[in-house]
Structure formats: structure tokens, C-alpha cells
Write a protein that binds this ligand. Structure first.
Ligand code: SF4
Length: 330
């Protein structure tokens, strides 16, 4: 069930459109990377945002961090609006929300020591006392399972897993309330993925932060997330608790994604194959955007503005016309 308290993060009607060029007879065109997304995330929760590459997951993260402007919609983080004219300054936003990137090597400056990398944000945010900065750096290194002595070393002296631990330490150094993890383990060896996943979960509980996990890997999302939102072509098509999503997926797209998870216990199981590619967000299909690939598409799926959400249970909803007709395949 959704907790009653005010969420740490609330996103309403978020649109992120990128104007690209003027088309036929001056008609403005835009890549609709995010096209009307609602999300809520409570303190202590992990929300998994899943979908294929290009579905708009990373654009949502960038809008949350103020890196791209929201075309429309409202984002509230920790009681403050971060969109529109009354938005909080970038420095204040950086103290509330931070990000862990996919590739730890390219997100650490190779010319700086770990001490410089971790203490830079503290200096920038007004911590002038050197001893205080040193103490915070040592505290964060210890939190992510690294010895304080590594502070004098450079990023290239560490393994991929250790570098991702250092990236997590950097994300936590300002004590944010929300950490956005964009594919945090997909660039790591399989053998160390579990360590980083468990570290993130442990830190979430220990520090009382919220995690927004962006991933195309449903195995990782299933393990980490309390709630899951499935995205397709800029919109959420299904949303619910992880148990509802994994045991009773309602949208044909979610079912195809879940059936594609490798399952060594059921090697004979044939995954539901999705035909074709994700359409261009520059000219999304009419009707349900999933209809060109949906094995259950009907004539009404090809026109109109697409299906609205149908509530399946108190904490589970999906966008599909079949849910409104009580089709037994859903
Ligand atoms: Fe498939 Fe139609 Fe449902 Fe879209 S609305 S997912 S095309 S059945």
C-alpha cells in the first residue's frame, strides 16, 4: 500500500520535450522524451523505473536534478518545488538529490585524488573547516566499505566495484535525501554486482534515504525495488508494488519484459517476444503507443489518445484497453 505521509518526491504531469527542427510549413517538432508522467516516492523506499533504452527514464532523472528544464508539469522534492518560476536554486537542489552514474570510471576525474573528489562538493557548499571535511570524507569512505587511507589515491588505482563505491560515497557526501541510481551495476562484472546492490540497499535503510533506481534489468529492479513503474515511449504504462508487478503483471509490455528475464529453473519456458523496435518519440503512434508491437492489439488501440489508467488494486494500475473490457488474457 502507498504510505499516507507526504511523499519525499512528487511528480505530476511531467513533460520533457526537446525541440529539434521546424517541419513541414513551419510546424514545430519535438522529441517527446517524457510525455505526462506522475510519480511519488517516499523516504526509505526504492522506486524502480524500468523500460527499454530511449523510453525516457534518464530524461526524468535529468529533470529531477534540474539538468534539463521540464516542458510542463510539477516536481516537488522534500516540500520544495523544483520546476517553474519558484524553483529552488541549483545549489539547494544538489543538497537534496544526487546521482550515481552507470560508468564509475568516466564519472570520476582521473586527475584528482579521492580526497579532492569527495571534499570538492563540501568546499563548494560552504564547509570551510579542513578538519571537518577530512572527517566527513573518512566517514563516507567507511560507510561504503573503504578504508580512509585510500583518500590519497587516484581513481585508476581501483577496481570497477571499488570505483562504484567511491561514486556512491561522492553522491552521499552532502547527505542528500534522494539518490538517483542510473543503471548503477550494468557496467560492472557480474561477480560484484550483488555487492553494490546490497550496499545501496543497506545505505538506504541506514541513512533513511530514498532511491530512484533506473534500469532496463528487471532482475536488479526486482531485487531492489519496493515499487516499480514501467515506462514505454515517455509514459508510465504500469505501476505498483514489486509483488503485484512480478506476480500479476497486467500490461502486455510488462509481461513481455518479465518473461524475458533469464530463469535457470525454467529453461524450457519461451519468452514472449516483442516484434519491432520502440517507435521514435519524434512521431509516436496514435492511440496506444505500444500497439505496433502488441500481440493483443485491437482496432480501438490504433486511434485516439491511448488508454487511461485502470486501477487493478489499491496499489496497482495499468494503461490497457483490455483491462476495461475484462479480457481474460489480462
Ligand atoms: Fe495492447 Fe491495445 Fe492494451 Fe495497448 S491498449 S497494450 S495495444 S491491447
Amino acid at each position: 500500500m502507498i504510505p499516507e505521509a507526504e511523499p519525499l518526491l512528487s511528480v505530476q504531469g511531467l513533460k520533457v520535450h526537446y525541440p529539434v527542427r521546424h517541419g513541414w510549413r513551419g510546424k514545430p517538432l519535438a522529441v517527446k522524451a517524457v510525455d505526462g508522467v506522475d510519480l511519488t516516492l517516499h523516504t526509505g523506499q526504492c522506486l524502480g523505473l524500468v523500460g527499454e533504452s530511449g523510453c525516457g527514464k534518464s530524461s526524468i532523472a535529468q529533470a529531477l536534478l534540474g539538468l534539463v528544464p521540464a516542458t510542463e508539469g510539477v516536481i516537488r522534492l522534500d516540500g520544495h518545488e523544483i520546476t517553474g518560476t519558484a524553483k529552488v536554486p541549483a545549489m539547494a537542489l544538489a543538497r537534496s538529490a544526487q546521482m550515481v552514474f552507470q560508468d564509475p570510471m568516466s564519472s570520476l576525474n582521473p586527475r584528482q585524488t579521492i580526497r579532492e573528489i569527495l571534499s570538492g562538493p563540501l568546499r563548494l557548499h560552504g564547509m570551510t573547516d579542513r578538519a571537518e571535511r577530512e572527517a566527513r570524507v573518512a566517514e563516507m569512505l567507511s560507510l561504503v566499505g573503504m578504508a580512509p587511507e585510500v583518500a590519497s589515491r587516484y581513481p585508476h588505482e581501483f577496481s570497477g566495484g571499488q570505483r562504484q563505491r567511491l561514486c556512491i560515497a561522492r553522491a552521499l557526501i552532502l547527505r542528500p535525501k534522494l539518490v538517483i541510481c542510473d543503471e548503477p551495476v550494468s557496467a560492472l562484472d557480474v561477480s560484484i554486482r550483488a555487492q553494490i546492490i546490497n550496499l545501496l540497499l543497506e545505505l538506504k535503510d541506514r541513512l533513511g534515504i530514498a532511491l530512484l533506481l533506473i534500469s532496463h534489468d528487471l532482475g536488479v529492479v526486482e531485487h531492489m525495488s519496493d515499487r516499480i513503474a514501467v515506462m514505454y515511449l515517455g509514459r508510465i504504462v504500469e505501476e505498483g508494488g514489486w509483488r503485484e508487478i512480478f506476480t500479476a503483471p497486467a500490461h502486455p509490455y510488462t509481461r513481455a519484459l518479465i518473461s524475458a528475464i533469464p530463469d535457470p529453473m525454467h529453461r524450457d519456458r519461451a519468452p514472449a517476444r516483442l516484434g519491432g523496435e520502440i517507435p521514435s518519440p519524434l512521431s509516436p503512434p496514435e492511440g496506444c503507443a505500444f500497439h505496433p508491437r502488441c500481440p493483443l492489439a485491437m482496432p480501438r488501440c490504433h486511434s485516439g489518445g491511448g488508454p487511461e489508467f485502470t486501477r487493478i488494486s489499491a496499489d496497482h494500475r495499468a494503461r490497457c484497453h483490455l483491462l476495461q473490457t475484462g479480457n481474460p488474457h489480462v
